[in-house]
Design a protein around this ligand. Structure first.
Ligand code: AMP
Ligand code: MN
Ligand code: MN
Length: 325
């Protein structure tokens, strides 16, 4: 999809509202804050607002973090709504503001988003991150170190620090360009990606210890229940990275990690290595995502959820075996 002229689309707006998906991850927070900093600089007369559900504290290192409004207050009419890293159904409380905005812009890289949900779209499935897409739209004259740092964090996280298959030569060239701005790139990656609290490590340990492999070791599943989360005084933000650790178990093609969000309700994260399209599996259950990383919410007991998902994965695995006979 062709990119559009961001300044041209926004220059007549009096108010711009930026938001992203519920339970915002690094790419979502970074894209929103980079866009926020950029537009404030490029269009100083315009009122720009950024709203998201409360992000993890580690992202406080990104400039503008304190200006994120988690109450979703849109005082006046919104001229331009910019939805980042998601389609409209995942905007949560911002969904209504999106629906009433005069113009909607959507920038995303989820294959499940189709051609986008805005009046103006820049949706490229398979792209490393929304942060990389957002950077494509920025006029370099307004770039600075803080914007570069935000974009870098988004790209780095969504590529598993430049190692997932969504990392393209262009992604690496973009990262190279960004580090020229001179921020502490090893430091922010340690701080936001690798560093874990004691509770986070305990939860990772428990998830690994209690994991179950099946389908001849090609699948692995684990879960954290509400009781355990409460015991560690933890939230979903403390579970980031667990599914990726499950995925790198030798012989595993597909990893399933879930945590209890309510009575008989689980948020499920799916990852695959080579051939299972997990975005299709997630879409079957009303979720979505990317070919190698996707998610959904499913009702039932742990065993119901695990069984139902496994069936969908097994179908793809069987089809793959047939093709390779
Ligand atoms: P997660 O496992 O929740 O980190 O999600 C993996 C990827 O799938 C991320 O890019 C998410 O944005 C995306 N994703 C997760 N849940 C959903 C959903 N319900 N609908 C669409 N995309 C999702
Ligand atoms: Mn995201
Ligand atoms: Mn993303």
């Amino acid at each position: 999809m062709e990119k559009f002229d961001l300044i041209e689309e926004c220059k007549d707006a009096k108010t711009i509202f930026i938001s992203g998906h519920v339970r915002p991850d690094a790419d979502c927070v970074s894209s929103c804050l980079a866009m926020y900093m950029y537009l404030k600089k490029a269009l100083p007369e315009t009122k720009v607002k950024v709203s998201l559900e409360e992000p993890a504290e580690v992202f406080r290192c990104i400039k503008g973090f304190d200006e994120i409004d988690s109450t979703y207050a849109a005082d006046n009419e919104v001229d331009v709504f910019i939805a980042l890293d998601c389609e409209k159904s995942r905007l949560g409380e911002a969904g209504e503001i999106f629906a009433n905005a005069k113009k909607r812009i959507n920038v995303d890289h989820h294959v499940s988003n189709g051609r986008g949900c805005g009046d103006v779209n820049y949706v490229v499935p398979g792209y490393s991150s929304t942060a990389e897409l957002v950077y494509d739209l920025f006029d370099r004259q307004y770039m600075d170190m803080e914007i570069a740092k935000a974009v870098y964090i988004g790209i780095a996280h969504d590529t598993g620090i430049f190692k997932y298959s969504n990392t393209s030569p262009k992604t690496l060239r973009t990262a190279a360009e960004l580090i020229e701005y001179g921020f502490d790139f090893p430091g922010i990656i340690d701080e936001t990606f690798y560093e874990k609290t004691y509770a986070q490590n305990q939860l990772l340990g428990r998830a690994l210890l209690e994991s179950i492999v099946f389908m001849d070791g090609k699948c692995i599943v684990s879960a954290i229940d509400k009781k355990t989360l409460d015991f560690y005084n933890a939230t979903s933000k403390d579970l980031e990275g667990i599914v990726n650790q499950l995925r790198v178990t030798k012989g595993v093609e597909c990893a399933i990690f879930m945590y209890e969000t309510g009575s008989l309700e689980y948020k499920v994260s799916l990852r695959s290595c080579k051939y299972v399209d997990v975005s299709k599996v997630a879409a079957f259950f009303g979720g979505g995502g990317h070919v190698r990383a996707a998610g959904c919410t499913i009702n039932g007991t742990f065993y119901d959820v695990a069984n139902n998902i496994s069936k969908q994965i097994e179908l793809q695995m069987k089809a793959h075996e047939e093709e390779n006979k």
